[in-house]
Design a protein around this ligand. Structure first.
Ligand SMILES: Nc1ncnc2c1ncn2[C@@H]1O[C@H](COP(=O)(O)OP(=O)(O)OP(=O)(O)O)[C@@H](O)[C@H]1O
Length: 236
C-alpha cells in the first residue's frame, strides 16, 4: 500500500512583478486530514490555495496530488481530478437559482451529485428555487461551498469562510466541515479565526512573508516565538 500523502507541495516559489510572495513552501496533507493555514495579512495563504486549485501556476516547485504532478494543469482538469475550493468572495452564478448552481457544478465536473442532500447539508434547501443573487453574503458563501461539494472533491480548499459569521453560525460550519472530512475528504482551511480553527483541527501551518515558519498544533503555535513575532511584531 502506498504511503504517499494525498497532497505534497515541494519547493513552491511564486513572484508577482518581481516581488516574491511564496519562497520555498513545502508541506504534505494526508487523506481525510484537516489543516489550518494561517498567517498575517499578505503572508501568502490565498496564493497557496490559488496554486493548488490551478488559478495560479508556480514559478518553480511541484504539487503532487493523488500520485501525479498537477502544477501545470488548468483548474477545470484539477476539479475533475478531485481538487476544488470555495472563495473568499463567493463566485456563484447570481442569475441562476440556488439548485441550478449546484446542478451546473455537478454537470461541469461530470459527477452525479445528490443535489437535495447537498442543499440540506449547506442549509439552503428551503431556498433551492430562489435566485442565488438574492441570497445574503453568508448564504452565498455556503452556496459556494455546495458548488464545490457537488464536484465530489477529494481535497477541498476553504478560503476564509468564517469571516462575518456569528458564533452559532461558525459552530454550524465547523460541524459541517468535520462531517465532510469524516467522509474521507481532506481539507485545507485558510482562516483568521483561531477559535473556529481550534474546533476543526489540531494541525496548523503558519505562513509569514511567503515562508512556512511553523507546523504543528495550534496550541504550540500560540507559544512559538516566531509565530508571535509574525502576528504581533514582538513578544506579548
Ligand atoms: N494576482 C496578484 N498580483 C499581484 N500581487 C498579488 C496577487 N495575488 C496576491 N498578490 C500579493 O501577494 C501577497 C500575498 O497575498 P495573499 O492574498 O496570498 O495573502 P493572504 O495571506 O491570503 O492575505 P489575506 O489574509 O489578507 O487574505 C500580497 O502581497 C498580495 O498583494
Amino acid at each position: 500500500m502506498s504511503s504517499e500523502p494525498l497532497l505534497k507541495l515541494s519547493g513552491i516559489e511564486k513572484s508577482f512583478s518581481g516581488l516574491k510572495v511564496l519562497n520555498g513552501v513545502n508541506f504534505d496533507l494526508q487523506k481525510g486530514e484537516i489543516i489550518g493555514l494561517v498567517g498575517p495579512n499578505g503572508s501568502g495563504k490565498t496564493s497557496v490555495i490559488n496554486l493548488i486549485s490551478g488559478v495560479l501556476r508556480p514559478d518553480s516547485g511541484t504539487i503532487r496530488f493523488n500520485g501525479s504532478e498537477v502544477q501545470t494543469l488548468p483548474s477545470h482538469t484539477r476539479v475533475k481530478a478531485g481538487i476544488n475550493r470555495s472563495f473568499q468572495v463567493p463566485k456563484c452564478f447570481v442569475s441562476m437559482t440556488v439548485r441550478e448552481n449546484i446542478e451546473v457544478a455537478a454537470h461541469f465536473s461530470g459527477q452525479d451529485a445528490d443535489t437535495s442532500a447537498i442543499l440540506a447539508e449547506i442549509g439552503l434547501k428551503h431556498l433551492a428555487d430562489k435566485s442565488a443573487g438574492a441570497l445574503t453574503a453568508n448564504q452565498q458563501k455556503m452556496l459556494d461551498l455546495g458548488r464545490a461539494l457537488a464536484t465530489r472533491p477529494k481535497l477541498l480548499l476553504v478560503d476564509e469562510i468564517g469571516a462575518g459569521l456569528n458564533p452559532a453560525e461558525l459552530s454550524g460550519i465547523a460541524t459541517l466541515l468535520k462531517g465532510i472530512t469524516a467522509r474521507g475528504v481532506s481539507l485545507i482551511v485558510v482562516e483568521h479565526l483561531m477559535e473556529f480553527l481550534n474546533a476543526l483541527t489540531e494541525r496548523v501551518i503558519v505562513l509569514s512573508a511567503g515562508k512556512i515558519i511553523f507546523e504543528g498544533s495550534l496550541e504550540a503555535a500560540s507559544r512559538d516565538a516566531a509565530v508571535v513575532t509574525a502576528f504581533f511584531g514582538g513578544a506579548v
